[in-house]
Design a protein around this ligand. Structure first.
Ligand SMILES: NC(=O)c1ccc[n+]([C@@H]2O[C@H](COP(=O)([O-])OP(=O)(O)OC[C@H]3O[C@@H](n4cnc5c(N)ncnc54)[C@H](O)[C@@H]3O)[C@@H](O)[C@H]2O)c1
Ligand SMILES: [Zn+2]
Length: 376
């Protein structure tokens, strides 16, 4: 994926959270300004960059050069790539290395990587010395539009993903869209599912824009920055109204109840990436809504058409290795979400761009729907 280097001004999205407000800065080539931006925020701070081996090989040298160029110094902690690093051993190592490097309040932790590094470094920053400030420098599309924004941080438990964590907002997010040029295409596509999600859950015009402009988003033109900024604005607006997910923030889970069950069924493996599971989950949420008469079947078909056009999976039969029977999937759904007297909570839709929280969905109806889909 090549794209002309643009020197346009970065786009700034404000996450309005009172005293915890921060900017998301989005633009091509921003990594070179990392040092200047951090020095402006925290002159003389020590910097601890947390990254994974894959990202560090590509981007730790330019990040370090940018920091040193602005007179900032510190340390780097590099963990193995992959979900396995959202674990107690990796967490312990990051915490101990931050302490050994004498990173204190007033200094900064920088998460340079995808959602794994962001969640791990963010959680370490939340607890070391009872809370250090940190900056997100997301390097995957998923991290730029989703995980780096909103302050959820976590590692995994043997009992499930993201069960040990904290709400801890970053003080700045720097999304350099050029870093996505080295992302494997499958990872980019997977992150794109979350971009589509923002259109589907609350912005019909954005979804229509994506239908027309997705190729340029993938190719890395200015449309990429627009798509990322629009996604961040959507998430920031929801998070600023409901930081701790007592209500509206749950809309961000569109496609995620079905999706998480499919991810779990595939063993959280490379068989099905998160965004691929979410694409399937969003297709199912639209089809299930259509089945309930909430919207025309043609509207669900339109959503499926766009996801399929970019190469995301939309049929259960496309999950490699197959899926469990309906009862097996229902068990996975029940593990993910609390079932209250046979009722489940789902994010359903009345149209593209019009989602709502439905807290009273009959488990038997979901089972019948999944059985149909598995047969199809
Ligand atoms: N905190 C939140 O709100 C939130 C939201 C959504 C997801 N998440 C979490 O995010 C994680 C998934 O994040 P992810 O999809 O970014 O995965 P990831 O961090 O594992 O990155 C995916 C892969 O791409 C590589 N990579 C990253 N940037 C690259 C680049 N620029 N060029 C080449 N390779 C690169 C990584 O080394 C890794 O192998 C999950 O653990 C999930 O739970 C958190
Ligand atoms: Zn997601």
């Amino acid at each position: 994926m090549t794209a002309p280097l643009r020197t346009g001004d970065p786009i700034i999205v404000d996450v309005a959270l009172g005293a915890r407000s921060y900017d998301i800065v989005i633009g091509r080539g921003l990594l070179a300004s990392l040092g200047a931006r951090l020095a402006a925020l925290r002159p003389g701070a020590k910097i601890a960059v947390v990254s994974d081996e894959t990202v560090a090989k590509l981007y730790l040298p330019p990040a370090t050069a940018a920091l040193q160029g602005a007179g900032l110094h510190g340390t780097a902690v590099v963990v193995p790539p992959g979900e396995g690093s959202k674990s107690f051993p990796a967490f312990e190592r990051v915490c101990e290395e931050l302490i050994a490097a004498r990173i204190e309040r007033g200094d900064l932790v920088v998460a340079l990587g995808g959602g794994v590094v962001g969640d791990l470094a963010g959680f370490a920053a939340a607890v070391v010395r009872r809370g250090l400030d940190y900056v997100q420098v997301p390097t995957t599309l998923l991290a730029q539009v989703d995980s780096s924004v909103g302050g959820k941080t976590a590692i995994d438990s043997g009992h499930g993903k993201n069960l040990i964590g904290a709400f801890h907002q970053p003080i700045l997010v720097i999304a350099d869209t050029a870093l996505l040029d080295t992302l494997p295409p499958r990872e980019f596509r997977s992150g794109y599912a979350e971009v589509v999600k923002y259109g589907l859950l609350g912005d019909a015009a954005f979804f229509a824009w994506l239908e027309t402009n997705w190729r340029e988003v993938f190719a890395g033109g200015p449309a990429r920055e627009h798509a990322i900024a629009t996604s961040c604005r959507a998430k920031a607006a929801i998070v600023s109204r409901d930081e701790r997910e007592s209500g509206e923030r749950a809309l961000l889970n569109l496609g995620h109840t079905f999706g998480h069950a499919l991810e779990a069924a595939a063993g959280f493996s490379a068989r099905l990436l998160h965004g691929e599971a979410i694409a399937l989950g969003m297709a199912l949420a639209f089809e299930f809504s259509a089945r309930r008469g909430l919207l025309p079947a043609a509207e669900a078909a339109r959503v499926v058409r766009h996801l399929a056009a970019v190469g995301l999976p939309t049929h259960l039969s496309s999950v490699p290795g197959g899926l469990p029977e309906p009862d097996g999937l229902m068990q996975l759904i029940a593990q993910d979400k609390k079932v209250k007297r046979g009722k489940l909570t789902f994010i359903l839709v009345r149209a593209v761009g019009d989602s709502f929280i439905a807290a009273d969905i009959d488990a038997a109806e979901v089972r019948a729907f999944l059985a149909e889909k598995l047969r199809a």
